[in-house]
Design a protein around this ligand. Sequence first.
Ligand code: NAI
Ligand code: UGA
Length: 436
Amino acid sequence: MRVTVIGCGYLGATHAAGMAELGYEVLGLEVDPAKVDQLSAGRVPFYEPDLEELLSRHVTSGNLRFTTSFEEAGAFGDVHFLCVGTPQQAHGLGADLSQVEGAVVAIAPYLRGDALVVGKSTVPVGTAERLLAMLDEHKAEGATPRLAWNPEFLREGFAVKDTLAPDRLVFGVTEPSAEATLREVYAKVLADDTPCVVTDLPTAELVKVSANAFLATKISFINAIAEMCEATGADVWDLAEAIGHDARIGRKFLNAGIGFGGGCLPKDIRAFQHRAGELGVDHLTSLMREVDAINLHRRERVGQIAAEMLGELSGARVAVLGAAFKPDSDDVRDSPALAVAGTLHLAGADVSVYDPKANANAAKRFPTLTYEDSVLDACRDADLVLHLTEWPEFRSLTPGDLDGVVRRKQILDGRNLLDADAWRDGGWTFRSMGRR
Ligand SMILES: NC(=O)C1=CN([C@@H]2O[C@H](COP(=O)(O)OP(=O)(O)OC[C@H]3O[C@@H](n4cnc5c(N)ncnc54)[C@H](O)[C@@H]3O)[C@@H](O)[C@H]2O)C=CC1
Ligand SMILES: O=C(O)[C@H]1O[C@H](OP(=O)(O)OP(=O)(O)OC[C@H]2O[C@@H](n3ccc(=O)[nH]c3=O)[C@H](O)[C@@H]2O)[C@H](O)[C@@H](O)[C@@H]1O
């Protein structure tokens, strides 16, 4: 069996390498020629632990190649994974489906026999059915392409592991032969007793957005509770530990702080809100709107606390530790850390940012901020240090590391992970986001 992967960004590049690791000959199809050049040289155009080693090994062995040609990809593959982007619309909350639709229309005429197109991109419910109709409209004479939906649940920072050993597989199919093909593709993963849910197309689409909506809701829930803690002097960390011991609740995704960001949760809850609105499911619309509002308020709250600590923002020197939306990633899409840095800069603060991996991406988005190459450089003469992305090198910082470097010993822990007592004992003013 030969596999193509259409769209080689974060998801597609990882999936292509994963499919090669499962033993298939893989052709990645990508419209950006610069990415094709990089990937073909065995280089990953973003930071993801372990991915470059995996990808370059399969490029070198010849199992994994990349192209910009739809014709070549159509002729090559028996199974075509659709991994193109579904960003938020430029002027609305809904998903921009132009990449998925464009890819399906472009590949359709080149598909051979009963090739299976497998959607992995995150899409609003009802999209797969429309894409099936588009495949049918644009297919070559005599071809009978099929479509299935196999949503992806990988996390950036753990993408390789999540691809090769996922928590579960979901197959949305319209007929048994598609399920059989997917079972064959994932035979090695299924052999590890990975749970597999086989269902219809709309359920598979909804599983994905529901999973992300649930995770986002869990984070916004604990962040709303963090505001109660701030108002009452209670401690949100102890509270999360206590409720997390209830197996029905669980401790994961109960870390309060500056809220969620990234290329997926924010745009997915907005697209879900939009789609629920279209379908008249008004309670879901309101729920998603509130989850988003709570999340965005956390970024404002950092600004408020910073202003309280500094007195005057204008002219103050602020060190921002972290720019990526989470550690072990250089992704700055909708990054809470960068949003906060940008807001403080606009309010007149002199902001220096340091991120171990994301400085370059951040500089493309916010070129007016100052970027430094180390914690110490970013913190030099700072009036306030903000810990906004929990990279291990920030979590292991001690007050002694920064004494004599900063101008005023003040730190705000936006991720609630630093040792408050150690910083206070070191003579620092220490604030967090709902911890004592
Ligand atoms: N990034 C992640 O961790 C995950 C992403 N997803 C979903 O996967 C999808 C892709 O996300 P990312 O990889 O983050 O986006 P991305 O923007 O990094 O990658 C999309 C890639 O598709 C390419 N592309 C656009 N139109 C194309 C076409 N017609 N033919 C071939 N290539 C084309 C783009 O140039 C880009 O390289 C989205 O729906 C996202 O919600 C799902 C799970 C995890
Ligand atoms: O659809 C997607 O693209 C992916 O979105 C998320 O994965 P990811 O965005 O890589 O990162 P997460 O680990 O979910 O973190 C998202 C954001 O939530 C924040 N977060 C997470 C957990 C928590 O307790 N608190 C919290 O603020 C993180 O800092 C980060 O900004 C999901 O976890 C994946 O299952 C999904 O496949």
